[in-house]
Write a new protein. Structure first.
Length: 116
């Protein structure tokens, strides 16, 4: 059961719908599409996360959800061994953060455009 308080339509910012947001400065939960945090007043950027926890993937998750089947497991594991893709290990598990992969992917894309 969700006990989150509904947004105040007379509150700050634009309340035209949208999902939950969490302020990256103070962590306050905000419902709807607002421009500023009601608690600390910081302006929300468009890239502000709608989830307080960063999205993380295992090897299988990153292959199916992030790369959507465009990369094979053996190539991914090779890149992990060579340190070519951002990851961390927790015990024997290899974990990938979506935010780090997005940055890495953008860098790969920019580098490929310089070559051609």
């Amino acid at each position: 059961m969700n006990h989150a308080k509904a947004p105040d339509p007379t509150g700050p910012g634009d309340q035209q719908g949208g999902g939950e947001m969490y302020c990256q400065k103070c962590g306050t939960k905000t419902e709807g599409s607002v421009n500023f945090c009601a608690q600390c007043g910081i302006k929300f950027e468009q890239s502000q996360t709608t989830d307080p926890m960063p999205k993380m993937y295992t090897v299988q998750g990153v292959l199916t959800e992030y790369f959507q089947g465009t990369l094979g497991e053996s190539k991914l594991r090779e890149w992990v061994r060579q340190g070519k893709i951002p990851h961390t290990r927790i015990g024997r598990r290899i974990i990938f953060r979506k935010e780090a992969l997005d940055i890495w992917f953008d860098e790969q894309e920019k580098a490929s455009m310089k070559v051609h």
